[in-house]
Design a protein around this ligand. Sequence first.
Ligand code: F6P
Length: 200
Amino acid sequence: ARKIWMTRHGESEFNVAGIIGGDSSLSLRGEEYARQLPHLIMDRLPLTADDETIPISVWTSTLKRTIQTASLLPFPKLRWKALDEIHAGSCDGLTYQEIEARYPDEYAARGEDKLRYRYPAGESYQDVIQRLEPAIIELERERECVCIVGHQAILRAIMGYFTNTPLELIPNLPVPLHTLIELRPMPDGTMEVETLPLNI
Ligand code: F6P
């Protein structure tokens, strides 16, 4: 793609409560981010040689929080199941403290090997990296700009792929809320990364 923007959804109700997974709606702060996001993108549209803007497509997951965050972006949208957040299986809907108290062995195992650890009846980062493959292939084929409104684990995996990050480091890449990440393909095949935090 000509330029790739990536952002997590705006703050969700579950983010506020510290709960992982689920399909909650945006908090008031998250809604404010959704209102500001279009301005942030508009300021960074690349132009063609004859001053025309390059078309943009917006990719979201199938979860409410990404769809709501993208709703005010005035571009065509695509919903990808492959962009849904890492599936936490039996830990979905719990806080990290609840997981530690209820399933101490699981909690410890994840701490030891976050890349390969698979939630009971859920996914590992490795699983996520694998299921993202078709989306990444499409992203590399795409000639327009793409704005991905996604989730923490998903964007870590995509970011890791484009920056050649060693697999072991992917599960801990920093991808904060309310931050736009711009990836610009360079002539040598690498990506230039710019991080634009929004104060909300
Ligand atoms: O807390 C938000 C969230 O997107 C959860 O839904 C998800 O389980 C988690 O982040 C992924 O981050 P980590 O792999 O660090 O737990």
